[in-house]
Design a protein around this ligand. Sequence first.
Ligand code: SAM
Length: 277
Amino acid sequence: MSTMVDLPHHSTKKSLGQHFLHEAGVIERIVRAIDPRPEQNLVEIGPGQGALTIPLLKRLKALVADTGSAAQLSVIEFDRDLIAGLDQLSSNIAPLHIIHADVLAVDLSALAARAPLRLVGNLPYNISSPILFHALDHAAHITDMHFMLQKEVVDRIVATPGSKVYGRLSVMLQARAEVCSLLRVAPGAFRPPPKVDSAVVRIVPRPQDAVGINDAACFERVVKTAFGQRRKTLRNALDGTCTPAHLQAVGIDPSDRAERIDVARFIALANRISDER
Ligand code: SAM
C-alpha cells in the first residue's frame, strides 16, 4: 500500500504544469536514484511545494552531520505563490538557495561556479523539451540530470533505431548524453493527477570532446530535416541538405529512412556536410 504525503493547500496552476508528487514511496525512490552528496551542487527545477526538495534537504543535512562538509541545494521556481512556503518549510532543516525565476532565463553555467551541477526535477511537462535543450546548452557544467517527464517523452529520449518512437529527440539527446529510463510513475502519485503516465530519466552529458560534433547548428539541421519527413527515404528527405554521395560516404543507404540510422551515423553525416563548407 502506498503512503501519501500531506500537502498544504495551494490552487494549482495548470499553465505552470503543476502536478505535485505526494506518494512517499515514489519520492523515496527518486531521492535514492539521485543519491545526493553534500559536496555536490544540486539544483532542483520547479520545487513546487517541496515534495522532492525537503527529502533531499534532509538527506543532505544528515550527510553533512556525518562529514562536516557544506551542503548546497538550490531551487528554481517560477510561481511566486510557492516561494514563501519553500522558505518556511526549509528554514528549520538546512539553508536552501531559492531562485525565483523562469528556469529558461537562468544562466545555469553561472550556478556552476563552485562545482558542476546535478540537475533534478519533476518538470512542468508543457515546457519539458525547452528545459532539456536549455540544460544541454550548459552540458559542460552539468554532471547529470534526473528528471520526471511524461513517460511518452522518456520513451522517445531512450529509443533506439528501428523503434517507432526513435526520432529527433532521441538523436539530439543521445548524441550529447548517456540516457537511461529509471522508473515509471502512475498518475495517482501526483495531485492533481496528470492525464498521462510519467517516468524518471537519468541523463549524463558526455565530455565535450567525446561528443564529436563539429558544427552543432549543422547537426541540428540535418537531424531535424531527416525526421521532418520520416516516412520518406533519406535521399528525398535530405534533398537540398546533402547529396546521396554524402550519405553513402558515411555508410548510409540513401533509400533508408531516418528512423533506422544510428546516432553515430547522423554525427558522421553532419560532419561530412559541414567539413565541405
Ligand atoms: N517538484 C514538485 C513536485 O514534484 O511536487 C513540483 C513539480 S510540478 C510538475 C512543476 C513545477 O515547476 C511547479 O512548481 C511549477 O510552478 C514549476 N514551474 C513551471 N514552469 C516553470 C519555469 N518556467 N521555471 C521554473 N519553474 C517552473
